[in-house]
Design a protein around this ligand. Structure first.
Ligand code: NAP
Length: 331
């Protein structure tokens, strides 16, 4: 039987590609952004698409009549036209769960690093500017015993909350739906977004990027925070109005920030955020460990295989597309 054809985009290693080649005819692009026409041409004949940071336009989908599944190697899918995929009956899958703990580690690393001024003080040592015992001008702030406000208490938010409770923090959350079981079990408390901003020593964003959450936090929201508070963003850059955040930091409305994600990535080298000692900036590494990226690639490959075998994939994002492909489910 003729093999189904898939287009694979970075980052899949040789072992993943070899496994996929056993079942599919694979066209792989390591640098797809440099070959958009070749990617589009390959997609015209493809049954499946797998990769990270996928850029898929409705026009590309129009030219890909055989496409059955798009498998993104990420949990977020704000970069993909979900409604357009669903309308065409193209399944969309993502990689939840396998990256939860690692991304929560990144969030907590940013909480600790910004509160204790890790990058600023480590640079002082590396650059030979540690000439006398540090005094008050170099002191940081405690994390233990403080209040963490989690905006988004989904998989990653909950994993951050567990870490915070281990640090004896008080945990507040604002979330689309209430989590009464977690409130009872963990002693965490739900707040409105506005109330959470006012009460928290650390505000951590862990919501998906949607129309509702785009620019959720900007200058006015920073003004509603404590002047001693820190903002941590491991969600998506566009959840923050970056210009508003920069202005708030310049005016000292908040104490600092820890940012894994930016409105534009890679962040512009002349961004004022890069010149601020009280801002810790990371290159979008929330899930970037060997173990977790391997698990994400395996998860995405498994979802792709399930879909192309005609099975309902484990991590299906758009059940509407499945319903369109299978209008008469078995009774
Ligand atoms: P999740 O389990 O779906 O959790 C998202 C949570 O946000 C849910 O609890 C949801 O509420 C809540 N929410 C959605 N819209 C909201 C709104 N408008 N206001 C308040 N709460 C809202 O997703 P996850 O696995 O935790 O991942 C969260 C996001 O993190 C991803 O979408 C991705 O963008 C980002 N992420 C970043 C990295 C990185 O490398 N920095 C890595 C992984 C993920 P309900 O419970 O009511 O649905």
């Amino acid at each position: 039987m003729e093999k189904k054809r898939i287009v694979a985009l970075r980052r899949l290693n040789e072992a993943h590609l070899q496994r996929l080649r056993e079942t599919f005819e694979v066209t792989y692009f390591e640098e797809p952004q440099q070959q958009p026409e070749a990617v589009a041409a390959a997609l015209c004949r493809a049954h499946g698409l797998i990769g990270g940071k996928l850029q898929v336009s409705p026009a590309m989908l129009d030219e890909a009549p055989q496409l059955e599944v798009v498998s993104t190697i990420s949990v977020g899918y704000d970069n993909l036209p979900v409604a357009e995929l669903s309308r065409r009956g193209i399944l969309l899958t993502n990689t939840p769960d396998v990256l939860t703990e690692t991304t929560a580690d990144t969030a907590f690393m940013l909480i600790m690093a910004s509160a204790r001024r890790l990058v600023e003080l480590a640079n002082m040592v590396r650059e030979g500017r540690w000439t006398q015992h540090v005094g008050e001008p170099h002191f940081g702030h405690d994390v233990n015993g403080k209040t963490l406000g989690l905006v988004g208490l989904g998989r990653i938010g909950q994993a951050i909350a567990r870490r915070a409770l281990g640090f004896n923090m008080r945990v507040l959350y604002s979330n689309a739906s209430p989590k009464p079981v977690l409130e009872a079990e963990w002693g965490i408390e739900r707040r409105s977004f506005e109330q959470l901003l006012a009460e928290s020593d650390f505000v951590c964003l862990s919501v998906p990027l949607t129309e509702e959450t785009e620019h959720l936090l900007g200058y006015e929201q920073c003004r509603a925070m404590k002047r001693s508070a820190f903002l941590v963003n491991i969600a998506r850059g566009k959840v923050v109005d970056e210009a508003g955040l920069i202005r708030a930091l310049e005016e000292g409305l908040i104490a600092g920030a820890g940012l894994d994600v930016f409105e534009q990535e890679p962040v512009a080298p002349d961004s004022p955020l890069l010149r601020m000692d009280n801002v810790v900036t990371l290159p979008h590494i929330g899930s970037a460990t060997h173990e977790t990226r391997e698990a994400m690639a395996n998860c995405a490959a498994e979802n792709l295989c399930q879909a192309l075998r005609g099975e309902r994939p484990r991590d299906l994002v758009n059940p509407e597309a499945w319903a369109l492909r299978h209008p008469h489910p078995l009774q």
